[in-house]
Design a protein around this ligand. Structure first.
Ligand SMILES: N[C@@H](CCC(=O)N[C@@H](CSS)C(=O)NCC(=O)O)C(=O)O
Ligand SMILES: [Fe+2]
Length: 256
């Protein structure tokens, strides 16, 4: 069975931000050159833009899996530098502003490929997973991490809702589908649905044990929480923290 990496005509890149341990993903159609970018990071917008150009791709959508709490999205900045043909994308349920607001069951195309949108609330209300059936891949955002899952102690977090989302929307996918999350803190890059069903130390438990685990994670709040959430509700382009306004100003200067 073809995995994402060998899907005919697919250009695929996994990118990493060392600061927030965020993964961003470029998916492009080698034939039409249309591409999408999932979960870009503000400080790496220039890196992403250069790579897209080097690969000869035209970005159609810059999309987020949810309103991130730990980093400012690169969506707004990429739109600013690449022009109006690029559309920002997030779920309707996120309450965030974007050109395209998606709902559970929607499909989004780039070139000859299509992503299916699955609503997976729990980490936040607006979390979605993007299922790329042709590539047998799923982009899980913070809903499902490798051997972990998104925390449920801020934004609109609910352990019970997250548990149901994973079980019904991700674990029902074929076991060979590769899982690509929005973060990893241990150096893992990807997993599979079958692997997570078998080895995820949280999601292999019953709901009560899962809730107890989530209630006792004892994680400090992300350092960027108060700055990132308001910025990400508007694609990162308004409400930017002052230090990021400087980046934006110099980007605009370089583009003029
Ligand atoms: N230390 C980091 C934040 C780490 C963190 O809270 N990660 C989130 C995803 S980003 S909203 C999470 O859900 N983690 C779950 C886990 O089990 O690690 C920072 O200060 O930014
Ligand atoms: Fe998150």
């Amino acid at each position: 069975m073809a995995s994402g990496l060998s899907t005919r005509g697919l250009i695929f890149r996994q990118l990493f931000d060392r600061e927030s341990c965020t993964y961003s993903y470029i998916l492009g159609d080698a034939n039409t050159k249309e591409a999408i970018l999932i979960d870009p990071v503000f400080g790496l917008a220039q890196r992403d833009r250069t790579l897209v150009e080097e690969l000869g791709l035209n970005l159609r959508y810059v999309m987020n899996t949810h309103v991130h709490a730990d980093h400012v999205t690169g969506t707004g900045l990429l739109k600013e530098t690449l022009g109006t043909s690029v559309k920002s994308v997030i779920s309707s349920a996120s309450g965030a502003d974007a050109n395209v607001k998606l709902n559970h069951g929607d499909n989004l195309s780039f070139g000859n490929f299509t992503l299916e949108v699955r609503g997976t609330p729990g980490h936040t209300n607006g979390c979605v997973c993007y299922v790329f059936h042709e590539g047998r891949m799923v982009f899980t955002g913070d809903t499902l991490l490798i051997r972990g899952c998104g925390r449920t102690d801020f934004q609109e977090g609910s352990a019970e809702t997250l548990y149901n989302s994973v079980k019904t929307q991700i674990f029902e996918l074929p076991e060979d589908y590769l899982v690509y999350p929005a973060h990893d803190y241990k150096g893992m890059t990807c997993s599979s649905v079958g692997e997570e069903k078998k080895f995820n130390p949280r999601l292999t438990k019953d709901i009560d044990t899962f809730k107890a685990i989530m209630d006792n994670l004892g994680l400090p709040y992300p350092k960027m929480l108060d700055k990132a959430v308001p910025a990400n509700k508007v694609c990162g382009l308004y409400n930017l923290p002052p230090e990021m306004e400087e980046v934006l100003k110099s980007t605009n200067k370089n583009n003029n």
